[in-house]
Design a protein. Structure first.
Lengths: 287, 182
């Protein structure tokens, strides 16, 4: 049933520091609101627990894609459409562009933001696997200052992240230098467009003389949170891609993930698909 | 400081925005859906509600030149916005002629009439907004770009073929794609 709209409050703070003051004065009372593509769906379903929102969608400090020698930094309000149009992201971080293109429709991509996707913390979100492969770091700001944290380890449980109630995600930065890696992304859903994933798989590897010099693998929709398959990576790293090594990596992957049966798929299907996608990823790597 | 223990009791706010080129002041609860504000406050019932959760595109409008689902936009964020609804599509370009039912219809609207792109009509305003917005960004889309541009709009009548053909025909017939409202 639809929520009773008059019971909800939303205000636009004067600026970013005003917003941070409000978050600090009443921790947990005010929730930041950006593009609304998740929160408005909950409102419509009568499942929006928060009652008070701060409209942060206009703050210029949270916007823009900045290219520095070491990092590409995306403001938290960067939309999927902006990600898709960025030449530097297409060149160096193609998994993020693929994820943005696979997220909802044009209308959703025009409104949905990367920071909002991180804060919503859905284990089925499309961009977190790409962010994990690229070792993303988050800048969290509050009245007491700013801190950078690694995105890996930021999740603490199902829909739980290490963001304090007085903090706002300001930016996401990606370390550069992966242009020569092989990148692979595949989302498996009920249909090819506009479906929430059954399994989402992002990976990248750097090959050297027939060996896997380095590799990163991340998956969505197969655990309470999006995860880096670090044990699976260890099996693949510093080895040749033989059939036996791939089989061993698939076995480890099956133990590393924790898929469940739900309305979108079954644990058995998800486990099998995750293993198949690992094999498909390895098949794309240069010998 | 507001008392955080009391149940939230929002007040209506006044919003100045521009809809289909007209400056309007609307009164709404801050979290009211733009869809409802357009239909009930502005009287623009051409914008339809389908799913109400951003999946079907029936409520699509242009919002500062971008295609959005109006069911997912809270009224507060419409302050100062320029919005174009289906009511603002026709008459945009007097150079477009050709259909007896309305020589001032947009090329996309004319193509929908000529090629049977509309049946029950619920998805049609959103489809036309999506197509017009696509052609404004990309006047010569490939077939796959047309399909992607319409992927957020669900239709339960036509099987999509006639809608797709309508948009394809609109690309071919018009030299003057309508400009997005900025």
């Amino acid at each position: 049933m639809r929520s009773y709209v008059p019971a909800y409050e939303m205000e636009t703070p004067r600026d970013l520091s005003d917003a941070l003051e409000r978050l600090a004065q009443e921790p947990g009372v005010w929730k930041p609101f950006a593009g609304g593509t998740d929160l408005m769906v909950l409102l419509e379903a009568g499942k929006l627990p928060h009652r008070r929102f701060l409209n942060v969608s206009e703050f210029s400090e949270l916007r823009g894609i900045e290219i520095m020698p070491e990092y590409v930094t995306l403001g938290a309000l960067t939309t999927y459409t902006e990600i898709r149009r960025s030449e530097v992201l297409a060149r160096e971080f193609p998994l993020l562009c693929r994820a943005a293109a696979e997220t909802g429709s044009v209308a959703t991509q025009n409104r949905g933001t990367l920071g909002g996707n991180i804060a919503n913390a859905s284990p089925a979100a499309d961009s977190p696997p790409a962010l994990l492969v690229y070792d993303a770091e988050l800048e969290l700001v509050s009245v007491s200052g700013a801190r950078w944290v690694a995105y890996q380890g930021f999740w603490t449980g199902y829909k739980q992240i290490g963001l304090r109630a007085d903090e706002l995600i300001r930016a996401i930065r990606l370390p550069r230098g992966m242009r020569s890696w092989s990148h692979y992304y595949r989302k498996v859903g009920t249909r090819r467009a506009q479906a929430i994933s059954k399994v989402c798989f992002a990976a990248a590897a750097r090959m050297d003389a027939g060996r896997v010099a380095d590799v990163r693998v991340a998956l969505g929709s197969v655990a309470p949170m999006v995860l880096r398959a670090v044990e699976t990576e260890k099996i693949l790293r510093d080895r040749k891609l033989t059939r036996e090594n791939l089989r061993a990596a698939q076995d480890v992957l099956a133990r590393e993930i924790a898929p469940i049966d739900d309305m979108r798929s079954t644990a058995r299907y998800r486990g099998r698909i995750a293993q198949n996608l690992l094999a498909e990823f390895c098949a794309t790597l240069p010998a | 400081m507001p008392d955080s223990s009391r149940p939230g009791q929002g007040r209506k706010i006044f919003l100045d925005c521009e809809i289909n080129g007209r400056a309007l002041t609307l009164e709404a609860y801050p979290m009211a859906r733009l869809l409802d504000v357009l239909r009930e406050q502005a009287g623009l019932t051409g914008t339809k509600e389908g799913c109400g959760e951003g999946e079907c595109g029936a409520c699509a409008v242009e919002f500062n030149g971008l295609l959005v689902n109006s069911c997912l936009v809270p009224a507060l964020q419409a302050a100062s916005a320029k919005i174009r609804t289906i009511e603002g599509i026709a008459g945009g370009n007097p150079l477009q002629h050709g259909h007896p039912l309305g020589e001032r219809l947009d090329a996309v609207q004319q193509a929908f009439l000529a090629h049977g792109g509309a049946q029950c009509g619920i998805c049609t305003p959103g489809m036309i907004l999506a197509a017009v917005n696509l052609l404004a960004r990309n006047p010569h889309p490939s077939e796959s770009e047309i399909r992607e541009g319409l992927a957020g709009n669900l239709c339960r009548c036509t099987g999509y073929t006639k809608i797709f053909e309508s948009v394809l025909a609109a690309c071919r017939t018009t030299e003057f794609p309508s400009e997005p409202q900025r």
